[in-house]
Design a protein around this ligand. Structure first.
Ligand code: THU
Length: 148
């Protein structure tokens, strides 16, 4: 679990990224701040699209920015969301974003920090949010016809 100063810093960045969201369709802004193992932080916001399905969530924006810059080890992500860009009830990551986290993070040791303001958050491990999730560890090749 990151220390309190780090959690505060991530929350601050997630809240501030809500202002960058491109949300002409839902008017629901989400900001994220992803802490890498080496201490660097990648931020993200949701980016919507007139065709709807190309929309990307804030969490995946942050992950894909980080991975595309060569980062593959992560400690925690802070998430803030709300209509009209005002942080509201704790925003929990969608199922697709949880699956993307599962690809790159140790579920027992990756912390999802959901916040609705500078002094309030709920923290869960990825394992708590995606119990028995399917990830790279499940893809170990077994001998043909072999039993697991
Ligand atoms: N959204 C996120 O960015 N992250 C989440 O965890 C939940 C949903 C976005 C997608 C869409 O732009 C808007 O919030 C409403 O669903």
């Amino acid at each position: 679990m990151p220390d309190n100063d780090t959690i505060e810093m991530l929350i601050h960045q997630a809240l501030s990224m809500m202002q960058r969201s491109y949300i002409p369709y839902s008017n629901f802004a989400v900001g994220a701040a992803l802490l890498c193992e080496d201490g660097t932080v990648y931020t993200g916001c949701n980016i919507e699209n007139a065709a709807y399905t190309p929309t990307i969530c804030a969490e995946r924006t942050a992950f894909f920015k980080a991975v595309s810059e060569g980062k593959t080890s992560f400690k925690a992500i802070a998430i803030a969301g709300g209509a009209d860009r005002i942080p509201d009830a704790l925003t929990s990551p969608c199922g697709v974003c949880r699956q993307v986290m599962m690809e790159f993070c140790n579920p027992a040791d990756f912390y999802v920090i959901m916040t609705d303001g500078p002094n309030s958050c709920r923290i869960r491990t990825l394992e708590e949010l995606l119990p028995l999730g399917f990830g790279p560890g499940n893809m170990k090749i077994r001998p043909m016809g072999g039993q697991s």
